[in-house]
Design a protein around this ligand. Sequence first.
Ligand SMILES: [Zn+2]
Length: 279
Amino acid sequence: MIDLRPIADGVFVARTVPLDVNVTLVLGDDSALVIDTLSTETQAAALHGAVRKVTQLPLTVLLTHFHFDHCLGASVLAGGGRPVWGHPYTANELTERGQHWQSRWHREWLSAEPELAAGLAAARIQPPDHLVRGTETLDLGGRMVTVSHPGRAHTGGDLVAYLPDVDVLVAGDIVEEGNPPDFTDSYPMEWPAAVGRVLDAMTTSTVVIPGHGATVDRDFVVAQQKQLAALDWLIREGHRDEAAAETVAARGPFPIETCRVAVGRGFAALEGGVSDGAA
Ligand SMILES: [Zn+2]
């Protein structure tokens, strides 16, 4: 059951199970924008049904990044050749390494969520065919949506979407509510600056839709950026002092298992060892 709740004029958000992923639906006069598409074709079909209860407009799809819970439903939502927007990094990961990711994600989820894992392996990958490198304005008819890449952060190709007429920002996983940020494919020492660029574009009353969890405000994003910046500093300082990764992780602002991943990515980047998306 997918419940698209109105959060602003012509803007709807669904929090979904099992991963508490947010999907955002934005209505224009000529088309509707679906931001993120869930993990499997079954989930995406349910989402499509929920969208069709709200609007019959042609759909445009935006993928905030390449992770399965945001993009593997794209083929269902964009059925009939509708545009799929994304960053070139996202397009490349899904085009060149889609099979690698599908088998890895299947392996990771097989014991905890076998049904989800089967759906991940079976999904038809639809990479973005409309690319946003810096900033693009999408015209939905009577409504503009500014889509931009604030820099590498949660992945190498994160995109955020801002709706100026209602002051709503869709942040993808560069902002997380309910769980700590996920550093698996991240750039932990670039992430704080990316969030800073997003904050610069916000007002004090911007409503922020994170990639997962409850809708938040600017203060929440500021607080999370402080944690990210503290972790960035610990990684640089720890690397300089040749501290053990585990010691650095134990001092981090997030749970140790989260910081362990971040420190591993950070140390590898400082040693020139991070190859894009190869964590
Ligand atoms: Zn993600």
